[in-house]
Ligand binder design. Structure first.
Ligand SMILES: Nc1ncnc2c1ncn2[C@@H]1O[C@H](COP(=O)(O)OP(=O)(O)OP(=O)(O)O)[C@@H](O)[C@H]1O
Length: 235
């Protein structure tokens, strides 16, 4: 493994809208994240956290500055390149993004289908193994509607990690969970990520989970605070 950052952002600005309605929401973002690092991004509502996360995930186009994911420049990248980046990352959002008409096993298999490189039996085996790792071996054939919030989020974690992505982006993964389920879910993410050597960037308002981070960064009014300021805020 090299120490080259998996995420390298320099002088990134971002705007929404055009003409008179054009509004800058990110200002001069500079951030490097090393392989295997777990970084939590926190900050007030509307400060730009989700915008930055979606830019890193290739879910929207970066406009100005430099944003490199695994060495690939996403600023001004083609739609094709953005699609490739999306496939290579794992995503965990609030609990409700599972397909309700698919079982837990089928939902997790979808995390492999986009890659197109695994045979059907292989997808089945890997998805079942991953669900076992998140403690759901008894419930692989359950539909999301028959699972608790914490169990659904564990399915989402299994789906994000089953393809062993180098980067996992998580937006408020504990928002819909009670204290114990939220803690279980982040511990699980932490342990699996460390085992797989993957990098996690997690956006949260949940102060109870800050301790799983190797580093905490703080966003306010579209700007990232430096590390000492962020550490003071988190205490
Ligand atoms: N698609 C969009 N079009 C126009 N403005 C947007 C869009 N998405 C977000 N914004 C604006 O950009 C700013 C940053 O929003 P963003 O969702 O990134 O903040 P956030 O820190 O993630 O907030 P929260 O913690 O509430 O999710 C806000 O002022 C928001 O209103």
């Amino acid at each position: 493994m090299t120490d080259r950052p998996v995420i390298a952002i320099h002088q990134l600005d971002h705007y929404f809208g055009s003409g008179q309605l054009r509004k800058q929401v990110l200002f001069d973002i500079n951030l490097e994240i090393a392989p295997g690092e777990i970084v939590i991004m926190t900050g007030p509502s509307g400060s730009g956290k989700t915008t930055l996360l979606t830019l890193m995930g290739g879910l929207r186009s970066a406009q100005s500055g430099s944003l490199k994911i695994l060495g690939k420049e996403l600023c001004q990248a083609s739609q094709n390149d953005l699609v490739k980046v999306r496939r290579n990352n794992g995503y965990i959002f609030q609990a409700h993004n599972l397909h309700g008409s698919l079982t837990a096993l089928e939902n997790v298999q979808m995390g492999l289908e986009v890659h197109g490189t695994f045979s059907k039996p292989d997808r089945h085996r890997r998805a079942a193994q991953m669900l076992t790792q998140v403690g759901l071996e008894e419930r692989i054939h359950y539909y999301p509607g028959d699972l608790s919030g914490g169990q659904k989020q564990r399915v989402a974690i299994a789906r994000a990690l089953v393809s062993r992505p180098k980067i996992v982006l998580a937006d408020e993964p504990t928002a819909a969970l009670d204290k114990k389920s939220g803690r279980d879910v982040v511990n699980l993410m932490h342990d699996l990520a460390k085992k797989q050597g993957c990098t996690i960037l997690l956006v949260t308002h949940d102060n109870r989970i800050l301790d799983i981070a190797d580093r905490i960064i703080y966003m306010e009014d579209g700007r990232l605070a430096t590390q000492p300021e962020a550490a003071a805020i988190a205490q």
